[in-house]
Ligand binder design. Structure first.
Ligand SMILES: O=P(O)(O)OC[C@H]1O[C@H](OP(=O)(O)OP(=O)(O)O)[C@H](O)[C@@H]1O
Ligand SMILES: NC(=O)CC[C@H](N)C(=O)O
Ligand SMILES: [Mg+2]
Length: 503
């Protein structure tokens, strides 16, 4: 997952883009970037780091223009080199900058096609640069100096025909406008809205609704799967269904990725967390009516809401036994297992008296690599807990993600190949309770009954897009396992895109 945003306004957009990125920071902590369009020129600043570190006053001053796109990155393809930070840029046709959230599952074969048939060079190993070049190539086919919205929509349709996987995209076309589109399954989120100014209507397209509301934009609606929305240079909105879509939003957005104050595809994430807690409490009461839990505790941050609901439904006290250091980011999306392990201890510390002699039920939203729960359970025991029970508001994650979440190998997942009982032993819990997948689907869908299908591949191994087979998963695992990535973490690729002046 990454965070993307595009704005077409009547004032300079640099500060608006910066504000939106800070609100989307939870979607990517590795790199950030922004391109603005002012006086016919693109201005680009991108680098590794958090939003507040990448954009200093000296950069902001130069990022002028009323239109721009921006990105926060959490890599799922290529390397963590700053050259692969986004947006990416191509000069032909027109000059296009693009930012992408997701992952292309046929990146390798398109790269070959781009080189051999379209005569295009890809300079990095990022799938986003590939996506940009497919879009650019297809746009060239219109052969027009003054393209119309239909020409952009036609190019998006060709992108859908050529690219497979999960993708939500914003792109800025010099002299023409900003376009946003989403893959035909709508796996990754994208929403757009507007606000009125004295000089006219302004538009924002972003990964999550919270980016819009934070800057006073009113949500119009989610971009539909396979649809494109285009805001031209006069700030006129055009929308078009480029290919038929079937909505399958990623279930993990509701479990962990999206902010609780966002509404994704009409489903309020906070309410989804609440219901996950309620239904999990029902399961506990059903399967373990004689439980001896004294107290319910969240593992901050994401599980707070569901833990509170569990406590309420069980009629037990809710206690915050772990204090979170607010200056440490999300550990799951940090690169490298060593960093993640160290960060859990730095991030969370236990309040001893809350554990002393008690049977505690710890609640987390999910168990991925098991880094958090293993350490937390140990900390709870060290703090004097009598018994440590653990519950996860999501089912066990046993399968890799191929659509934009960095879980590339099943071997890295603690639940891989293990029964629930074996996971319980592995993480050192006295009892472990997972949410059932059918329950999860039912409650999330009940918040927007129009959505009946989700991408639940990390839970059930069913991949809806991209013809994923075991050979693909084997190659993905080989290219993105911890060892390969540890050797790649360097800035060995020269960045062709960065303006010296802005660096
Ligand atoms: O099993 P693991 O590999 O440890 O991954 C799962 C954990 O990672 C996430 O927390 P994170 O610290 O990223 O973010 P949060 O503060 O939003 O909960 C998630 O909420 C779980 O706590
Ligand atoms: N997490 C994402 O959405 C990643 C986008 C893109 N695949 C990259 O690696 O930069
Ligand atoms: Mg967490």
């Amino acid at each position: 997952m990454c965070g993307i945003v595009g704005i077409s306004a009547t004032v300079n957009v640099n500060q608006l883009l910066f504000d939106a990125l800070t609100v989307l920071q939870h979607r990517g902590q590795d790199a950030a970037g922004m391109v603005t369009l002012g006086g016919g020129n693109f201005y680009l600043r991108k680098d590794n780091g958090l939003v507040r570190d990448v954009f200093r006053t000296r950069h902001m001053k130069k990022l002028v223009g009323h239109m721009g796109i921006a990105h926060v990155r959490y890599p799922t393809a290529g390397t963590s080199s700053s050259a692969e930070a986004q947006p990416f840029y191509v000069n032909s046709p027109y000059g296009i900058a693009l930012a992408h959230n997701g992952n292309l599952t046929n990146a390798e074969s398109i790269k070959q096609e781009l080189f051999k048939t379209d005569l295009r060079h890809i300079n990095t190993r990022s799938d986003s640069e590939i996506l940009l070049n497919v879009f650019a190539h297809e746009l060239v086919q219109s052969g027009k100096l003054q393209p119309k919205p239909e020409d952009f929509f036609k190019a998006v349709r060709r992108v859908h025909e050529r690219c497979e996987g999960g993708y939500a995209v914003v792109a800025m076309i010099n002299g023409h406008g900003i376009i946003g589109f989403r893959d035909p399954y709508g796996i990754r989120p994208l929403i757009f809205g507007k606000r009125e100014s004295e000089k006219g209507t302004e538009y924002m397209i972003a990964s999550e609704s919270v980016a819009l509301s934070a800057s006073g934009f009113e949500v119009i609606r989610d971009v539909e799967p396979g649809e494109a929305v285009f805001i031209d240079s006069e700030n006129q909105l055009h929308t078009f269904q480029c290919v038929q879509g079937v909505k399958h939003p990623c279930m993990f957005e509701y479990v962990y990725l999206a902010r609780p104050d966002s509404i994704v595809d009409g489903i309020p994430v906070y309410q989804a967390h609440q219901r996950m807690g309620q239904i999990l409490a029902n399961k506990i009461l059903r399967e373990w009516p004689e439980h001896d839990i004294d107290v319910v505790m969240p593992i901050p941050d994401t599980s707070r809401t569901s833990a509170l609901e569990i406590a309420t439904r069980l009629g037990l006290p809710y206690r915050e036994g772990f204090v979170k250091n607010r200056y440490i980011g999300r550990t799951f999306i940090m690169p490298g297992q060593e960093v993640r392990e160290k960060s859990v201890r730095q991030k969370l510390s236990a309040i001893h008296q809350e554990f002393e002699g008690k049977n505690v039920l710890l609640v987390d939203d999910s168990i991925v690599r098991g880094t958090t729960c293993q350490q937390i359970i140990e900390m709870a025991r060290d703090s004097g807990a009598k018994s440590v029970y653990f519950s996860s508001a999501a089912p066990a994650i046993r399968y890799p993600n191929v659509y934009g979440i960095d879980m590339p190998t099943s071997e890295e997942l603690i639940a891989y190949g293990l029964t629930d009982k074996e996971i319980e032993t592995e993480i050192g819990a006295d009892r472990l309770i997972f949410q059932d997948l059918e329950d999860l689907k039912k409650i999330v869908s009940s918040l927007n009954p129009q959505i009946t299908d989700f991408d639940c591949s990390v839970f059930d191994g069913k991949y809806i897009a991209g013809g994923i087979d075991s050979e693909y998963l084997r190659r993905l695992a080989a290219s993105r396992n911890e060892e390969t990535r540890a050797n790649e973490r360097s800035d060995s690729i020269m960045d062709l895109h960065n303006d010296e002046e802005l660096a």
